[in-house]
Design a protein around this ligand. Structure first.
Ligand code: AMO
Length: 434
């Protein structure tokens, strides 16, 4: 059995164990050599006194290149000078994966490494515990989302990522050649999750990739992200949807605090559970608030990065990390959103987390004729959405849903400056490799 830095306890003292990891540090002092082995959970110190160590083991340690993978078998000795309380005196050592020198970037060195270098050598960057912790917490986040939604009667679904038409506007579609026919990478599961509302699978969710040909290089846009989508039928209003998203986000953050405590401490981050209920700010009020704060913005405009940030600052002054913005102008919203009759507004919402939109959604237009009219008014050809519209013609309940950017949520929760920090291999205009 292979031990690791977490599983060695006082029970193993004076016993023989085998450990494997990366050679983080090697010091050869003549009469004694030290090797710090790093594994997923921490480090172990291997101490090789020349007098008690076989010459071939001394030789292997002396010539070991940093970051090589080695397997060490030796005796665990209590050692109060070592932080872990023990060290391993090696009987044998095997170099499993030698590392070339020089390294493309340091792992434990204190020097800052440029983001470009880090992303070019992500396999090396991820050897840093604080970089890996983000991905352990992202994994925990999606697991908790799953848990909350299943507990609330949702079924997890998987919709196609190769699609014939876009749902979120033509400008960010990635076109692909589909056996000689044009097709696109899905921008969101929008059309499919809505079609499912006509089936009896009346609460569905999906956590999967979404693709957007985003032309802008910002800290919060990438061209491939993980979208957490939900859709629920038989609703009375979008308040039902908002309650679900509010409950879910609070559950996730509260549980990350508990179950992710180890990774949070590696990151040095303290996560707080947003105050509930999340305040609800009508769009017009949000525009007025950021105007008062000095932003030049007109009614009808998108709040934009700067507007969202300003609003976030104002809300934080009252201790609110998450808040809703509702009643966006219908003209600014996609065709599937329901209009609020007699007003220029729509039944739609955004959820912002400390100055950044992380989710949007709303009640959908489920009435066939109104949906077709709305498409036509927005300049879309209902003919190219026939497969979708058909699902509305034979009994479609009122429904609503949301899309939430998993990476944006994790970014904000952990206080990271760029969404790319939460993506193993980010994709943007400039990056397709690794
Ligand atoms: P929307 O386009 O607002 O809505 O997207 C939903 C959420 O997805 C995240 N997101 C992104 N994250 C990183 N990079 C991007 N380029 C990017 N684009 C979007 C954001 C955003 O809030 N179908 C609707 C949702 C719905 O109504 O159900 C939709 O896709 O966090």
């Amino acid at each position: 059995m292979l031990y690791d830095s977490r599983s060695i306890t006082a029970n193993e003292y004076d016993k023989e164990v085998t450990v494997e990891g990366w050679a983080q540090e090697v010091r050869n002092l003549g009469g004694i050599s030290f090797l710090i082995l790093r594994d997923r959970y921490g480090t172990v110190q291997v101490t090789a006194p020349k007098k008690r160590t076989a010459p071939d083991v001394m030789q292997t340690i002396a010539s070991l290149a940093r970051e090589s993978v080695v397997r060490v078998t030796g005796t665990v000795k209590a050692s109060p000078q070592v932080r872990a309380g023990y060290e391993i005196v090696p009987a044998s050592i095997q170099v499993v994966g030698p590392a070339k020198a020089p390294l493309p970037m340091g792992v434990v060195d204190k020097v800052d490494v440029e983001p470009e270098t880090r992303f070019n050598h992500r396999y090396m960057d991820l050897r840093r515990p604080e970089v890996r912790a983000v991905f352990e917490l992202k994994s925990l986040t999606t697991r908790l989302i799953d848990e909350y939604l299943v507990d609330n009667g949702f079924v997890e679904v998987f919709t196609p990522k190769l699609v014939a038409s876009g749902a979120e506007g033509g400008s960010t579609l990635f076109k692909v050649d589909y056996f000689g026919r044009p097709a696109y990478l899905a921008q969101s599961p929008q059309l499919y999750k809505q079609m499912l509302m006509a089936t009896g699978l009346d609460r569905v969710f999906e956590i999967g990739p979404a693709f957007r040909a985003e032309p802008s290089d910002t800290a919060r846009h990438v061209s491939e992200f993980i979208s957490f989508d939900g859709e629920m039928a038989h609703i009375d209003s979008q308040a039902d949807v908002m309650a679900m998203v509010e409950g879910c986000t609070r559950f996730v953050i509260a549980e990350v605090r508990e179950r992710g405590a180890r990774e949070l401490s590696v990151l040095g981050v303290d996560v707080s559970v947003p105050k509930a209920p999340y305040p609800v700010i009508p769009y017009e009020r949000a525009i007025a608030m950021v105007r008062e704060a000095g932003l030049r913005i007109e009614l009808g405009d998108d709040l934009g990065t700067e507007g969202e940030r300003l609003l976030g600052d104002l809300m934080l002054q009252d201790g609110h990390e998450m808040y809703w913005i509702i009643e966006y102008p219908e003209a600014a919203k996609p065709f599937y959103i329901m209009e609020k009759d007699g007003t220029p507004y729509s039944f739609s919402f955004d959820l912002d987390y400390r100055g950044q939109e992380i989710s949007s959604g709303g009640q959908r237009e489920h009435r066939y004729d109104r949906l077709v009219q709305r498409m036509q008014r927005l300049g879309l050809d209902p003919g190219s959405f026939e497969f979708y519209l058909n699902a509305f013609a034979y009994g479609m309940p009122a429904h609503g849903g949301w899309g939430l950017g998993v990476e944006r949520m994790v970014q904000k929760m952990l206080g990271l400056s760029n969404v790319r920090e939460t993506i193993l291999f980010p994709r943007d205009r400039n990056r397709l490799v690794p």
